[in-house]
Write a protein of this length. Structure first.
Length: 133
């Protein structure tokens, strides 16, 4: 399970940071010259690109993976995993390093990755035994 959890993080980070960001090349709000004066930057503004948010992608991928794996055994995981990923994502807007659209795209990408990795994990490690004919 830990391997697939880390795979969720790794896939999210690789796809968002190494595949999509270099293609989209969206400037962060804290580095966007016409918009920069309107942004309250609460952390150091990175020099990388903004779209999609890797934080949102990574945390939603890990959160959805945990949600899908544990949802039948531990009901609080449903709201805890979403609250965790959403709070990390919102924080990126709050500190001035991402636009809301960056978070939305990163969240959707993370959800897809979490569903993908959890479906593979649950195929090999199902909650209930598969019937053999």
């Amino acid at each position: 399970m830990i391997l697939f959890f880390l795979l969720s993080f790794g896939l999210g980070d690789m796809i968002s940071a190494s595949v999509i960001k270099p293609q989209v090349m969206r400037v962060r709000p804290c580095n966007d010259v016409p918009f920069k004066e309107q942004v309250t930057v609460r952390v150091r503004c990175g020099s990388g690109y903004s779209m999609p948010s890797s934080h949102a992608t990574n945390h939603f991928a890990m959160g959805v993976f945990l949600l899908m794996v544990f949802r039948k055994k531990w009901k609080p995981i449903i709201w805890l995993s979403i609250l965790w990923a959403a709070s990390i994502s919102f924080a990126q807007i709050y500190v001035g390093v991402h636009y809301p659209g960056d978070i939305l795209v990163g969240s959707l990408l993370g959800i897809l990755i979490g569903l993908f990795t959890s479906s593979i994990f649950l195929f090999f490690q199902p909650d209930e035994p598969r019937e053999t004919a």
